[in-house]
Design a protein around this ligand. Structure first.
Ligand SMILES: *Cc1c(COP(=O)(O)O)cnc(C)c1O
Length: 387
């Protein structure tokens, strides 16, 4: 561990504050470090390993595709990419899908499409996108500009123009910002993940959706973290009864392989045409085969199970000693603790449970299929650490 730590520090760019653990292997929701210590994983690699480590069905789909082709580029048709796009559209009512490799890349595609739509439908001055304060949309220059948290911006000026930030859950402020700035789109996360697992109110999301529809402003929903079953619906917007014009997603979609997707609705399905956008790795057949396996298993029964486990966590932790509040939806949960969140995470780790932080909260993003007994064991550890 100390060797690995020193070599990492010397040769890997020092952009991550890592936990002092080197994970060697895992199966399902259990992971093992180099000393053979077992951990229950409540972080899923930040909401990525949707069905845990080394899930048999997922692995079989990946290995089968590896035996056929690992990459072709987008110059050729491949079955996994086409099948996944069809599956995504059928499950969401969206019309077309663009594939990239990450959340930030999906958001870049969403931003480009929104700008082109504004220019084509309203005029070249309609390029601004309203995003929310405390949002997080990624680390590229464009998605940083979209991110409504100043501290991410400070060292990287100048950022691309054309983004304004309005307070979350303040419908009048969003409307005013959109009108005054000639916005082409409003971009939201239904639950602000990196911002501290803060759900938007239903009234606000519905209000933004109506405003957007009435004013031909696009409703863009960043489902990078909230998507793919995480919140107890296939996509978080489905909890709010709205239909977005564009959706971006990534993290959990392929169960641990890199894949991002932009879903276009009726208004935007033809906005990006040949040559407007692209990605060499985008729609990679192995990642798409993995995603087909994952998505086909996020069915009504699994989603009901996610909601059931969510209710269990809320019941266990709400009002527990040292817990001030429990926020979130489904298996995307924030725990506001009396102790500093980092201390709680450290205590959990010492006692064999991996969890995350988000702002001042402890963040839990367990695998969607975490067995109930394993979850109960881990939540007992979290509860102890909070007290
Ligand atoms: C993680 C995240 C991103 C960025 O995704 P990357 O794959 O790291 O580029 C964008 N938006 C939201 C809401 C996220 O949670």
């Amino acid at each position: 561990m100390n060797d690995l730590k020193a070599i990492d520090k010397q040769y890997v760019a020092n952009t991550y504050a890592r936990f002092p653990v080197a994970l060697l292997s895992g199966k399902g929701s259990l992971a093992y470090d180099e000393n053979g210590k077992e951990y229950v994983d409540l972080g899923s690699g930040i909401g990525v390993t949707s069905f845990g480590f080394g899930d048999d069905e997922w692995k079989a789909a990946v290995v089968e595709q590896l035996g056929k082709l690992q990459h072709t580029s987008n110059l050729y048709y491949t079955e996994p990419c086409v099948k996944l796009a069809e599956m995504l559209c059928e499950r969401t009512g969206m019309k077309k899908v663009f594939f990239g490799n990450s959340g930030a890349e999906a958001n870049e595609g969403m931003i480009k499409a929104a700008r082109k739509y504004g220019a084509e439908h309203k005029g070249p001055e309609y390029y601004t996108i309203v995003t929310l304060e405390n949002s997080f949309h990624g680390r590229t220059l464009g998605t940083l500009a979209a991110t409504g948290q100043e501290h991410y911006h400070e060292l990287f000026q100048p950022l691309p123009a054309g983004f304004v930030h309005a307070p979350a859950n303040d419908l009048d402020a969003v409307k005013k910002a959109a009108i005054e700035n000639k916005a082409c789109a409003v971009m939201i996360e239904c639950i602000q993940g990196e911002g501290g697992v803060v759900p938007l109110t239903e009234e606000f999301v519905k209000g933004v959706a109506s405003f957007c529809a009435e004013n031909d402003v696009l409703l863009c929903v960043d489902e990078v973290q909230t998507g793919n079953g995480r919140t107890g619906q296939l996509y978080a917007y489905m909890n709010y009864g709205v239909q977005p014009d564009i959706v971006s997603t990534a993290k959990g979609i392929a169960g641990g392989l890199p894949l991002g997707a932009v879903l276009f609705g009726e208004k935007t399905e033809f906005t990006l045409g040949a040559g407007d956008h692209g990605s060499t790795f985008g729609g990679n057949p192995v990642s798409c085969a993995a995603a087909c396996s994952i998505l086909s298993r996020i069915d009504d029964a699994l989603l009901a199970d996610v909601r059931k486990k969510s209710a269990y966590i809320f019941a266990e932790l709400s009002g527990a000693p040292g817990v001030e509040a429990v926020t979130g939806m489904g298996l995307m949960i924030g725990v506001k603790t009396v102790k500093p969140a980092a201390d709680v995470v450290k205590a959990c780790m010492e006692n064999g449970v991996l969890c995350l932080t988000a702002k001042d909260k402890v963040r839990l993003l367990p695998a969607l299929n975490i067995p109930m007994d394993v979850l109960a064991r881990a939540i007992a550890v979290v509860k102890d650490a909070c007290a």
